[in-house]
Design a protein around this ligand. Structure first.
Ligand SMILES: Cc1cc2nc3c(=O)[nH]c(=O)nc-3n(C[C@H](O)[C@H](O)[C@H](O)COP(=O)(O)OP(=O)(O)OC[C@H]3O[C@@H](n4cnc5c(N)ncnc54)[C@H](O)[C@@H]3O)c2cc1C
Length: 417
């Protein structure tokens, strides 16, 4: 079933009776060439690119809950490519290019909106660092514009520019950055993978990993044992727990990140805006809600809900940046479990156990990575070589100390990234 304007018109005129399920609800087979554990954005995009680019279709995605019920359906939907360090910068640049063709590629409306992201700066030192980041982005071939206060005031007049503690000195704009509808991204990839023959198996929790003579043989699940030649762990906040089933201890901590949405308002915020002093970011959804978030809850946890000190911290940051937000009522808040790596950068690599691959360490930035990550992991699984845009995401950097990508400059501390 293809989506098109004509199709919407036809269905609208004939009682919407011709729509079909977006993917097959598959029954597990005894054996697959590749099993992907985790039906989030990264697992589903990996399955899609395995089928599409490499012709590998004897693949199952095993999801313990429902597709898109994890972080991929819980994030604040910001998509950007404004990374500074080699390793990260080329990867996110590649991912943004995939985003730009994604809706056509998937024939699915993921509501990708390149409305522009503005990162604000509040001191001379911050301006220098941000100008350097902008130059690095331009050198790589991406877009970046340094904005003066006068330019900002024309674009986003509702910010508190002269706030005594954190006055706004300017901003860095990436026009190609923006947002996408998070769960539609999961559904679009699921549909694309299923159409190409991938089995998507929901309510199927992996409870054990079978390894014989240093080689992966398959998994134990709540729906029985399934054999596999290759296995990828793509479970975000559960990475350490699932890798432990293979006897591995990953350098990953799981932390809670919360997000908030207000009641629907008339259009008032055109861009994504990031506060340079308080780790606060905000955009307005197509339904009108202001969607925003802030820092981690700062303690390790597997609970997909947060605590009040961060609620207070985020609200304070919002009020500091744009006092008008105080007039809106918060409708909901929720949390997700973040897979925090020590340097704040991801891992896409072999595990060291034959046939077992890892994809984790996305911290709170993995939504924008969904297309690039799936492309890179599919390439690694299919060819046993790293994708050219993801050569630095190696696991052994945490053992050797070589090649760390500490984007935030905070040192190897999970809770500061
Ligand atoms: C509040 C919040 C805001 C965020 N904002 C942004 C943002 O603005 N921009 C951005 O780029 N990123 C953002 N992120 C980060 C981004 O959402 C994540 O990095 C990304 O979604 C993680 O990858 P995933 O989609 O594959 O994870 P998930 O969707 O969590 O997928 C992992 C899946 O694995 C499944 N699983 C776990 N264990 C097992 C098992 N044993 N067996 C089978 N299945 C299992 C889980 O049920 C889950 O569905 C945010 C995250 C949160 C929580």
């Amino acid at each position: 079933m293809r989506f098109s304007g004509l199709r919407v018109l036809k269905e609208g005129l004939t009682g919407n009776k011709g729509w079909q399920a977006h993917w097959r609800d598959a029954i597990p087979k005894p054996e697959y060439d590749v099993i992907i554990i985790g039906g989030g954005g990264h697992g589903l995009s990996t399955a899609y690119y395995l089928a599409k680019r490499h012709g590998i279709t004897n693949v199952a995605v095993l999801e313990k809950g429902y597709l898109g019920g994890g972080n991929v359906g819980r994030n604040t939907t910001i998509v950007r490519a404004n990374y500074f360090l080699p390793g990260n910068s080329e990867f996110y640049s590649h991912s943004l290019k995939l985003w730009e063709g994604l809706e056509e590629d998937l024939n699915y409306n993921v509501m990708h909106s390149q409305r522009g992201q503005i990162v604000l700066f509040h001191s001379d030192g911050q301006r220098d660092a941000i100008a350097r980041r902008g130059n690095a982005m331009i050198n790589r071939g991406d877009d970046a514009e340094l904005l003066s206060v006068a330019q900002l005031k024309r674009m986003v007049p509702y910010l508190d520019y002269d706030q005594p503690r954190f006055p706004i000195h300017g901003g860095l704009l990436q026009r190609r950055a923006g947002t996408a509808r998070h769960d539609a991204v999961a559904w679009g990839y699921a549909r694309g993978a299923s159409n190409r023959g991938v089995d998507l198996i929901q309510n199927c929790e992996v409870t054990g990993i079978d390894i014989q003579n240093g080689r992966v043989r398959g998994v134990q699940t709540t729906r029985g044992a399934i054999r596999a030649r290759k296995l990828a762990i793509v479970v975000a906040g559960r990475s350490s727990q699932v890798a432990a089933m293979a006897g591995m201890r990953l350098p990953i901590e799981s932390h809670v990140l919360q997000a908030f949405v207000t009641e629907g308002l008339k259009p008032c915020i055109d861009h994504v805006i990031s506060f340079g002093m308080g780790h606060f970011y905000i955009s307005q959804s197509d339904k009108g809600g202001l969607v925003f978030g802030g820092d981690l809850d700062m303690y390790a946890s597997y609970a997909a809900r947060g605590n009040l000190p961060i609620v207070e911290h985020v609200m304070e940051a919002g009020m500091t940046l744009m006092p008008m937000i105080g007039n809106a009522r918060v409708l909901r808040s929720w949390g997700g479990i973040m897979d925090m790596s020590p340097d704040g950068s991801p891992i896409i690599d072999h595990s060291g156990i034959e046939g077992l691959y890892l994809n984790c360490g996305w911290c709170y930035g993995g939504f924008k990575a969904v297309p690039g990550s799936g492309d890179a992991l599919a390439h690694l699984i299919a060819t046993d070589r790293p994708h050219p845009a993801a050569t630095r995401f190696r696991l052994d950097r945490f053992r050797t100390g070589w090649g760390l990508m500490d984007e935030e400059g905070t040192g190897a501390q999970h809770n500061l990234h």
